[in-house]
Design a protein around this ligand. Structure first.
Ligand SMILES: NC(=O)c1ccc[n+]([C@@H]2O[C@H](COP(=O)([O-])OP(=O)(O)OC[C@H]3O[C@@H](n4cnc5c(N)ncnc54)[C@H](OP(=O)(O)O)[C@@H]3O)[C@@H](O)[C@H]2O)c1
Length: 298
């Protein structure tokens, strides 16, 4: 079955959740109806996600096959003093993630970024091997640009099932989106809620969001506030529905149960003329990585 028909439209993001928050939110989200949980080795909360899954399974809320669990291998970034992971390192990372998650397989395994310029293809070959061994169902990447994906093509290897990228009205990446769609690579949009004034407000939740962007997000004139009034929904729901209408899978993250509901339960359609207004909001590159946009990596 292709990933397009298998991946749920709305999943739970867990970046910046502690293990305890990840346990609670995974459990509560599954209770509400979420089936996709997105974590990563560098989030350091896979054990928490595991506990949330275990509780849901033991209470009979779901079975393992109802769930779609994503985790990621960090490729290694020499600029940060890390060595670039080899084929064997990637195999070991997956085994360690499976141990922490207490799972036999993950539904989706991603190479978290394209920072390993010397071993990118070797890492991709490791994911293909894991897929053929049934340790992962789908193999993908995150934050890879067209040039990185071309390298896979040039090596005569199959393209990823998915590319998880920063995608919201302020960072629409039209060229990359077209490339992915033309090549049948499913798109998972992350950080859908960037334009909200409530996005990443806690100390230490750094990003490249500028003061101008903060001001724009809290302005009463903000297009998303205007549309929220028009459709009688939350501003967050305008951002999420925009992505769903473009057929992107989404991963809204929250540590509040009321927002878990809000981010999952909505049903309306944004009219074409309003989709066009949102299209005009594009500002260009990504802003969620405080160290710089990973799509710009060489
Ligand atoms: N592959 C990558 O490199 C990458 C990078 C970034 C993210 N991701 C994935 O994508 C997920 C989502 O991205 P994200 O965590 O950057 O941000 P997000 O989901 O776009 O937004 C989360 C922020 O918005 C707030 N929020 C959530 N729901 C809200 C609502 N209904 N109303 C108002 N505010 C709301 C949250 O605060 P509270 O928690 O306090 O509610 C939090 O500050 C991540 O968790 C991660 O799984 C992947």
């Amino acid at each position: 079955m292709t990933i397009h028909s298998k991946i749920p439209g709305i999943g739970l993001g867990t970046y910046m959740m502690s293990p305890e928050e990840a346990e609670e939110m995974t459990y509560e989200a599954i209770k509400i109806g979420y089936r996709h949980i997105d974590t990563a080795e560098v989030y350091r909360n896979e054990q928490g996600v595991a506990k949330g899954i275990e509780r849901s399974l033991s209470e009979g809320l779901v079975t393992r096959s109802d769930l779609f669990i994503t985790t990621k291998v960090f490729p290694g970034n020499e600029m940060w003093g890390q060595s670039q992971k080899t084929f064997d390192d990637v195999m070991e990372s997956l085994d360690n993630s499976l141990k922490r998650l207490k799972l036999e397989y993950v539904d989706l395994y991603l190479i978290h970024s394209a920072h390993a310029d010397k071993t990118r293809i070797e890492q991709w070959k490791a994911l293909l091997e894991l897929k053929s061994n049934d340790k992962i169902v789908y193999a993908g990447v995150a934050n890879w640009n067209i040039k990185h994906l071309q390298e896979i093509n040039d090596a005569d290897l199959p393209l990823p099932d998915t590319n998880q990228i920063e995608l919201h009205p302020w960072a629409q990446q039209p060229e990359l989106v077209k490339y992915l769609q033309d090549n049948n690579v499913h798109i998972i949009a992350y950080s859908s809620l960037v334009p909200l004034s409530t996005w990443r407000k806690k100390d230490g939740e750094n990003s490249l969001k500028t003061q101008d962007m903060e001001n724009e997000g809290s302005s009463e004139e903000s297009l998303f506030k205007i549309l929220a009034n028009k459709y009688n929904v939350k501003e967050s729901q305008i951002l999420l529905q925009w992505a769903l209408q473009l057929k992107y899978a989404i991963l809204p993250k929250t540590i509040k149960i009321s927002r878990l509901h809000e981010n999952f339960h909505f049903s309306f359609v944004i009219e074409e003329e309003d989709m066009l207004l949102i299209e005009n909001e594009n500002k260009g590159g990504g802003i969620t990585w405080e160290w710089g946009d990973p799509l710009l990596v060489e």
